[in-house]
Design a protein around this ligand. Sequence first.
Ligand SMILES: [Zn+2]
Length: 339
Amino acid sequence: MRFFVLICLTVFVFTFAGCVSDAQSNKHETESPAEQELTETANSDTQTETLIQQEKSILPESESEKTEEEKIPQSFAEKVFLSYKKAYPDKNINYYNNGKDWVISLNNKEFCWADGRLLPKDKAARAADYDPQQIYPYTGKPRNPSEYTKEKIALLRQKGTPEALQKEKPVDESFIVELLGVKNRIITEEKIVKSQLLGHRLNIHKCIKDKITTISNEIESAAKNNEEIANFIKSIHETSGYNWRTIDGTNERRSCHSYGIAIDVLIKNNKKTTYWEWERVWNPDWMLVPQKRLWTPPEAVIKSFEKQGFVWGGTWDEYDTMHFEYRPELIELGKLMQD
Ligand SMILES: [Zn+2]
């Protein structure tokens, strides 16, 4: 028996990805700090529109004897929690319904799904004070602006404006902080390790080191018989990962680069559209740029990242085609939502 779950994914971005990485002089972070701030704030603002859901959580009696993972997830919250459990099998994650809310425990700390937000129990009653986290089903499907409604275009046009920034609320990051052990800069940097991606140096969270090595080896191997991939490797200017920073005026919001789980692949002399915020500077119709006009890594490269639990920023309405971030829970959620 399935219950009604309405999930309206109007627009999404990503923030806690927020794709603005290191401030080298020749890439998207070349913008001034104020512009960087604008970017991330805009992304997080979108979070409020990301998920609207109605859910019921009564379980059928026949299901009551099963463990949580054996049951068919009924609600979006349940699917999110199952996705986290599947995505991080080495973490101590459990979840249950307390008769009112879905509750997930991580390292014996409990968090509630409250009105589309994943919040510590003591904040759940004040869910409206927070913007939702970027938790959405990732399928890897490219964006398709030709299908955007007028309303969606109008909404996207607001992104990054001072009005949109003013409406922003804080995003509670307690769960991801607990998941990755990234409470503050000192503690985070204890977990940052050196890595290499396609011959370029990269600082990343140690939890993705093996995955980056696997991705790099797989792409290099594929390049031996594929000119497009070989040319892609040659065209890389640099790669960029960990970059700790907080953003003024955004309630200390951090991007996934701050956690060391986001990676940018920067290309030499890239003249194609890559990042929505750069395009927005001169093109008010930035959201309508067709997918095929965006700079895109070879399909096999994207697939290599996805296989290791990374989502690609080129699928976002607020596109960022150089950006990959480790969000295996979103990929699991994408699979669950398709079932
Ligand atoms: Zn990025």
